[in-house]
Write a protein of this length. Structure first.
Length: 261
């Protein structure tokens, strides 16, 4: 979902990208569809493989750790063994320090790895669109149907690649760090994926505040428009309930939930 984390630690995402590039130099380079890269492998592995494993681990109330080799050649042409260690924190205490490289290893949270992965994956989106391929991340695909993307892009009169990048970034947890994210799309994702009313209301307010701090303000009219394109099915935790729910009813919240000073 597109929720925000509840810790007091404030991540410097720009610094994190620079730090990750220390062990994965091609992370700072633009992706090419034809040329495989270490950073692309990292992004696809985190988004499409580790995310499923993390979801299963959360359901089983346990944590996971992945270690990925990011071997590169140094300036002298010698192989250098770098690796990134990715940890979930469903039960563990979260890492509340800015990540740093030590002995060719970087330890980051799964959420931080996911932000890095989505940032990199967005560079691949224009190449995919040119090939008439639309591939949403699992989080984005849970909220929007990929077949609706061309229709929505035409309605909004925006390039399809830009729209897909906005959807992918906004549906990512703590997506306000990402260049292409938009607050109104993040709110659609929250309404869709957070079943508990009290929790959802709290997260909505915090999310609007964090997006605002990153220069991205909430637009109710855009939210209403995007809400009409969310998938019709309810979150899994709601499906057992017999009460039917329309799309428009999901935005009828008290005004205080939309105001964030």
């Amino acid at each position: 979902m597109a929720a925000i984390t509840g810790t007091k630690f404030s991540l410097d995402f720009e610094k994190l990208k620079e730090t990750f590039a220390e062990i994965c130099p091609d992370f700072g380079e633009e992706l090419s569809y034809e040329v495989a890269s270490v950073s692309r492998r990292f992004a696809e592995q985190v988004i499409f493989s580790y995310s499923k494993q993390a979801k299963a681990a959360k359901a089983e109330k346990k944590d996971m750790t992945w270690t990925m080799r990011l071997d590169v050649k140094n300036e002298d042409g010698f192989d250098v063994r770098n690796e990134v260690q990715i940890l979930t924190h469903f039960l563990r205490e979260p890492l509340l320090t800015q990540p740093f490289v030590m002995r060719n290893q970087l330890r980051i949270t799964f959420k931080q790895a996911s932000l890095l992965a989505v940032h990199k994956y967005c560079q691949l989106v224009p190449h995919l669109v040119k090939r008439r391929e639309i591939v949403l991340t699992p989080l984005a695909g849970a909220v929007f149907a990929q077949d609706d993307m061309p229709k929505l892009a035409e309605m909004l009169d925006v390039p399809l690649a830009d729209l897909v990048m906005a959807v992918i970034s906004s549906c990512q947890t703590d997506g306000y760090y990402l260049e292409h994210s938009r607050c109104h799309i993040a709110l659609v994702a929250l309404v869709k994926t957070v079943a508990d009313d009290k929790m959802r209301s709290s997260i909505v307010k915090k999310t609007i505040k964090m997006y605002k701090q990153h220069g991205k303000h909430f637009d109710m009219e855009k939210y209403k428009l995007w809400s009409t394109f969310q998938r019709r099915s309810a979150p899994a935790s709601r499906e057992a309930k017999a009460k039917p729910q329309t799309r428009t009813s999901m935005i009828s919240w008290p005004r205080r939930f939309w105001l964030c000073n």
